[in-house]
Design a protein around this ligand. Structure first.
Ligand SMILES: [Fe+2]
Length: 293
């Protein structure tokens, strides 16, 4: 097979490029697993792909697929498979984040598939959470190590039914219990959820610290819903420091039709640039690796 291996950027990732449109199933799984463990993000480009091949290929390497219950955005189900979702709820920028770090049940691994790239812009962005941690000032490292993040979300009945994909309060209580979410239920069946999440986690090898969480988009989109766990404000000064570093170490992935992206959601943050092309179509799958990692 005629393959080219090269970094995604100077700072992150590896691309596996097929020169003559090979079948992606010809790749040796052990090789993919070993590259994934080293780099945390892999881009497969130039292979013969479509939605079915994407699904089958990701099925081979992953397990515990999630349906995005509890997710923050509206996502469209693709081809009746609740584990293949379109990410185009709207078209503005989404800042770097770990997927679903506003609840305990976090997907350890993500897959993206480019069914159709935007005519321009709409890049998916990635950065290394270990590098992001390392570049923080000492005082900010200390602040986020000492104080966790608190997400507080008020929802009416229709909103929580849609978000958690359920229709009754017993199911909701069960989900919240599983996710360590503090749930308050009001008489009109509206609710308030509170979840406390660390901003920094140990790397899987336990040797490093990784800044990975949902802070940046939460502040960007729902600024009043996020504070420190002691209810103190996360200051503008701290936010501009994190935003400045995140932007500086961001790698953009300019999609080509048929690209497949594999991300370790315990160490690599992702987001996307704004776009205006309505035909941009990127799918996501949330899961865990089907191998030891
Ligand atoms: Fe995301």
């Amino acid at each position: 097979m005629n393959l080219l291996l090269q970094p995604i950027s100077n700072s992150i990732g590896q691309q596996i490029i097929s020169i003559d449109s090979n079948s992606i199933f010809q790749l040796a799984q052990e090789e993919i697993i070993s590259l994934f463990k080293s780099y945390g993000v892999l881009l497969f480009r130039g292979f013969e792909t479509n939605t079915e091949i994407f699904t089958e290929f990701s099925n081979l390497l992953s397990t515990d697929f999630m349906d995005y219950s509890g997710g923050a955005f509206n996502r469209r189900i693709i081809k009746n498979d609740k584990t293949v979702l379109s990410v185009n709820d709207f078209n503005f920028e989404i800042k770097l984040h770990g997927e679903m770090y506003y609840q305990k049940n976090v997907p350890l691994m993500l897959w993206f598939f480019c069914a159709n790239p935007a005519a321009e812009k709409g890049e998916t962005i990635v950065c290394d959470g270990r590098q992001l941690f390392n570049e923080l000032s000492n005082s900010t490292k200390e602040l986020f190590s000492n104080k966790k993040l608190k997400f507080t979300v008020p929802m009416n009945e229709e909103a929580w039914q849609q978000k958690y994909k359920i229709d009754n309060l017993n199911q909701l209580q069960e989900i919240c219990r599983h996710n360590d979410i503090k749930l308050t239920i009001y008489e009109d069946k509206s609710i308030l959820t509170e979840y406390i999440s660390p901003a920094i986690i140990p790397s899987r090898c336990r040797k490093y610290r990784v800044f990975i969480n949902s802070l940046l988009p939460a502040k960007q989109l729902y600024s009043n819903l996020i504070r420190f766990e002691d209810d103190s404000e996360i200051s503008e000064e701290v936010m501009s420091e994190v935003n400045e570093i995140a932007e500086r170490i961001t790698t953009e992935i300019a999609w080509q039709k048929g690209d497949i992206l594999m991300i370790d959601n315990t160490r690599v943050l992702h987001g996307r640039r704004a776009f205006s092309d309505e035909k941009r179509e990127i799918y996501i799958r949330l899961c865990a690796p089907a191998f030891a990692f």
